[in-house]
Design a protein around this ligand. Sequence first.
Ligand SMILES: NC(=O)c1ccc[n+]([C@@H]2O[C@H](COP(=O)([O-])OP(=O)(O)OC[C@H]3O[C@@H](n4cnc5c(N)ncnc54)[C@H](O)[C@@H]3O)[C@@H](O)[C@H]2O)c1
Length: 349
Amino acid sequence: RIMDFVRTVLVTGGSGFIGSHLVCSLVTRQPDWRIINLDNLDYCCSPRSLQSIEGRANYTFIRGDVCNSRLVNHIFKTENIDVIFHLAAKTHVESSFESPSSFQRVNVDGTRVLLGAAQQARHQPQRFIYVSTDEVYGASLDEVFDESSPVRPSNPYSATKAAAEHLVRSYWDKYKFPIIITRSNNIYGPRQYTEKVIPRFLSLLQLNKKCTIQGTLPKSRHFLFVSDAISAFLLVLEKGIVGEIYNMGTSCEIPIMQLAKELIRMVANISQKNLSLPLNVLMYRPRVDLRYPIRSEKLQQLGWRAEVSWAEGIRHTVKWYQDNPDFWSDLSEDQEQIRSRLEKAPKNQ
Ligand SMILES: NC(=O)c1ccc[n+]([C@@H]2O[C@H](COP(=O)([O-])OP(=O)(O)OC[C@H]3O[C@@H](n4cnc5c(N)ncnc54)[C@H](O)[C@@H]3O)[C@@H](O)[C@H]2O)c1
């Protein structure tokens, strides 16, 4: 049965944390758009993330690698792709020091392959949205970054994201290929894989283990709830100006120590006076990344506001992890991985 779809959207990395929220939201809110998800189902994916939309007429899943130019070219030859959201990436900062080459391959080569295929497609795409990160600015002590701040990535993950950004921009410079880049703060919410800080703390607490914080310097992160991130992506698609970069930031800055204590209180119901919080502060950290404050006025001028408060977002997230303790079945293995990583000598100081 041929249906008339008004738009075809290719999401790469659509089975991951952010990608699955984006795909679910597009498939349910835009029944007249066709959504294609290209993902190779890396270790950080669960098929359950997209269960709610499986079998929908406007959803197609292609299991494959963004670096596979034959496959990617074939997709652009056989489908009339109007919009690309490029999210497929290796995303775990700590692992990027252990296997930088896989980060280089997926994040840089994968972006090159996708860009090349998209730009040469017979059916010209209207938008190519590259989902990048605030980490390309490097850490800050007190500077607040805007889109024109210099890019100073300080780990292989952010270095490959920055390299991919430059590739993407070069297609704008040379061909006026309609790219847009987003640089967002840390995104959190249900279904995030357990290697990232909030689910990691929650998983450790579920296993009756201590939350471990590395380093002696105070560290904090800005957290954006996933539904606010999705609304920003959709707004950038409709109203963003091609060739531009948009920060996606939040004023919600949480010191990691406070985050751990807050989660401990929420999960374990321990009063602040309790002397032995399940908290473990280690005096080592391979790199000190302090904070990533960014300005988002450009995005706000398009009409975007974060709507979910920290209190609401974290309550919702904690409840989801409590209601779905088996979603990530390899929790204990993950805990082992975390421990072994922490026990290793710092290699990158
Ligand atoms: N999570 C955050 O806080 C955050 C913040 C800013 C930007 N980002 C960016 O958003 C994107 C998605 O991040 P996430 O947190 O959802 O990460 P994630 O690790 O949950 O998802 C990444 C997805 O990419 C897929 N993938 C990996 N290699 C692939 C390959 N070779 N071919 C096809 N698919 C591949 C994985 O299977 C996974 O589904 C990434 O590009 C990341 O850099 C994330």
